[in-house]
Design a protein around this ligand. Structure first.
Ligand SMILES: Nc1ncnc2c1ncn2[C@@H]1O[C@H](COP(=O)(O)OP(=O)(O)O)[C@@H](O)[C@H]1O
Ligand SMILES: [Mg+2]
Length: 430
């Protein structure tokens, strides 16, 4: 025995001896790892087989690999020959529960189009993100806060997204988000004018009325006046572009302000009411004017933000929808509603957490927790904005559009408060 030891020591090179010593533990480690990978694949494979997905010939998808990523995430690679990625997306809720994790994304593998990749996470999003804690992210002009995603905090820019649709059932956080986004835009930008249409008698947007570069329309007739004035301004800007040979308005160069037209409860404005012809004609006109802005506004530095509870053909015109590719969709209470906004049922499957939404822009779709800006914080922000915009040195470049004269109500039974002075009388402005 001793002889064998000596023979090994003499005939094997020193470094080989070291590797011989470490080989068994390494093989053991490799084996253990292999077993862990294998059991993970088995676990997710059996879950995926129970989803009921199969090709017409009865072949079920197979999990090929599970890759562990940073931040408690895993990528599950599934061989799915002949099964559409949409079929997986439609089963997102079932995958969540059968994997017992949160599905963040389902996509076709970039390297192999026969495979589908499911990105899952054990980590939950925070249930509250405050505006205060994220407002320092408002760095670029014309930007606003979108929300905390699993990966990072998302800030969007009007110059990139052009228009925004905010959808979701009552109570999900639409109006809060609407006001938060407008506050962010005003905070981050210099040359900006905002025209708000708030048909809940201007109640939601009351604090904004104190700003000299914001106007608020509180009823349908004034909403039409606003939209018409913006479309007229858009035409004027196109004449300017043609004359100068520019492709699009650059507020800093051209002396025009970027204009944001923001409508809360937009369906109230667009729904074709069965009541009087006058009301119906107004909705048709509102749709036509909004459609023009959605289609052509970008080059003229004019943007739309539409918040609505219902997104069906009868409320937001499909023509307008096709021109808006950035969406924040809070929970909706039916699969068809989610499908109309996002093309899938993901907004139906969101948890009921307030402020939880889906951010959809181009091909990106992410779950986010949007920042909350509560009323007291909003008032404090408006005070800061007053110092910026309500001064002779305001960075706003042009006078506000003519959206009617300000006039007090004549009806003695209607109590007049300060806010009513801002009300626009359309008859008088015609
Ligand atoms: N981002 C948020 N985070 C946490 N809570 C929120 C958030 N946004 C709204 N909320 C809560 O939800 C309630 C409803 O929000 P609101 O914006 O009025 O909903 P909607 O306009 O969709 O009906 C608010 O009163 C507020 O308490
Ligand atoms: Mg609301």
């Amino acid at each position: 025995m001793e002889g064998v030891g000596i023979w090994v020591a003499e005939s094997v090179h020193e470094s080989a001896l070291v590797s011989l010593l470490f080989l068994p533990p390494f093989l053991l480690w490799l084996g253990a790892r292999g077993y862990k990978d294998w059991s993970l694949v088995r676990k997710y494979d059996s879950a995926i087989k129970h989803l009921g997905l199969k090709t017409p010939t009865g072949i079920k998808p197979t999990v090929l690999k599970v890759i562990e990523l940073e931040n408690h995430r895993k990528r599950v690679i599934v061989q799915a020959v002949g099964i559409d990625v949409k079929s997986f997306r439609d089963k997102k809720g079932s995958i969540d529960s059968s994997f017992n994790t949160i599905v963040q994304d389902i996509s076709v593998s970039k390297g192999n189009r026969q495979n589908v990749e499911i990105l899952i996470s054990d980590k939950e999003l925070p249930s509250l993100v405050t505006f205060e804690s994220r407002k320092n992210r408002l760095k670029k002009p014309y930007s606003f806060l979108v929300g905390e995603s699993f990966d990072n905090f998302i800030v969007a820019n009007l110059c990139d997204i052009h228009h925004l649709l905010v959808a979701g059932t009552t109570g999900g956080g639409k109006s809060y988000f609407f006001k938060q986004a407008i506050t962010g835009l005003l905070k981050s930008s210099q040359h900006i004018q905002v025209y708000l249409i708030d048909l809940k008698k201007g109640v939601e947007t009351r604090p904004f009325r104190d700003l000299q570069n914001v106007r608020v329309a509180k009823d349908e007739p004034s909403a039409i006046t606003y939209l018409q004035a913006v479309v007229d301004e858009m035409n004027r800007r196109f004449d300017f572009l043609e004359e100068k040979g520019f492709n699009e308005i650059d507020p800093a160069r051209d002396g025009f302000d970027r204009i944001v037209v923001a409508v809360d409860e937009a369906s109230n404005l667009f729904t074709l009411s069965k009541s009087s012809k006058e009301v119906k004609d107004r909705s048709i006109l509102a749709r036509e004017l909004t459609d023009k802005i959605a289609k052509l506004g970008r080059a003229a530095a004019i943007h739309l933000i539409l918040a609505t509870q219902k997104v069906v053909k009868d409320t937001i015109d499909t023509r307008v929808q096709t021109n808006i590719n950035a969406k924040v969709c809070f929970k909706v209470n039916s699969i068809p509603s989610s499908t109309t906004v996002l093309g899938n049922k993901n907004a139906f499957e969101l948890p009921s957490t307030k402020g939880r939404a889906i951010w959809s822009y181009g091909t990106t779709e992410l779950i986010v927790q949007v920042p909350r800006l509560n009323p007291d914080e909003l008032n404090a922000e408006i005070e800061l904005l007053k110092k910026k915009f309500n001064t002779p040195n305001s960075p706003v470049k042009m006078p506000m559009l003519s959206v009617g004269v300000q006039k007090k109500k004549k009806n003695p039974n209607v109590q007049i408060n300060d806010q009513d002075i801002e009300e626009v009388d359309v008859e008088e402005s015609k």
